[in-house]
Write a new protein. Sequence first.
Length: 254
Amino acid sequence: MRQLEGKTAVVTGGGTGIGLEISRRLVAEGAHVVICGRKQQKLLEALKKISAQNDDVLCVIADIGTESNVVALMERAVAWRGRIDILVNNAGAMRINKPPEDTSLVEWKAVIDVNVTGTFLCCREAGKVMIRQNYGRIVNIGSQSAGIVNKYFHGGSYEVSKAALHMLTKVLAVEWAAHNITVNAIAPGYYETQPNRDFFSQEQGLYQKVLDMIPLRKLGPLEELGTLTLLLASDAVTYMTGTVIPIDGGYPLW
């Protein structure tokens, strides 16, 4: 039997990059997956890439920074399959690569409102369902940037937001442990994502500079994030909660 047979999962930001890979992996292991995103075209493209049966994936347009959107998202998931077993909080605002003194309040809030408040809203609404079920697995996609300031990039709201996300993981793990809900986070380093490729293209030599700071001398494969998420979302690991797992090629070791 596949590891997630009969489970229902919600993956935010499930239409591209890390979220798409995670969605693909969960479906392959038997889960019914709700993928949400802000752009319908991206969701439809993701559906084709996952190559799922029509009843394996539900696409929902939602902005997790908007409370009403999050409530509607979780209601759609419950109406579709009757429960929410797994929540993967992958959606997030990307780094605004500007010096702090040049960062406007609007730019600051654009990152904090999605990465912190949006993730909290998703956890809150899915958590209500999981508490009623007395079962749940929540996996938050954090970042190595929660504990370090990445060289060659401007710091600010992104690092702060991911640090808050890691602490939110720990807080919810304690709050909901009595309801058989585990809450863990993954802290990726540099991976083969479009935002990273965009950053590297902006400055000649930046790609090699980043590689020189990674002991394993390579960017991470997205497939490994799918595998780690699957482990935390399954019942293969039941005695881990409130843990942040780095998967970064050893970047913060130097």
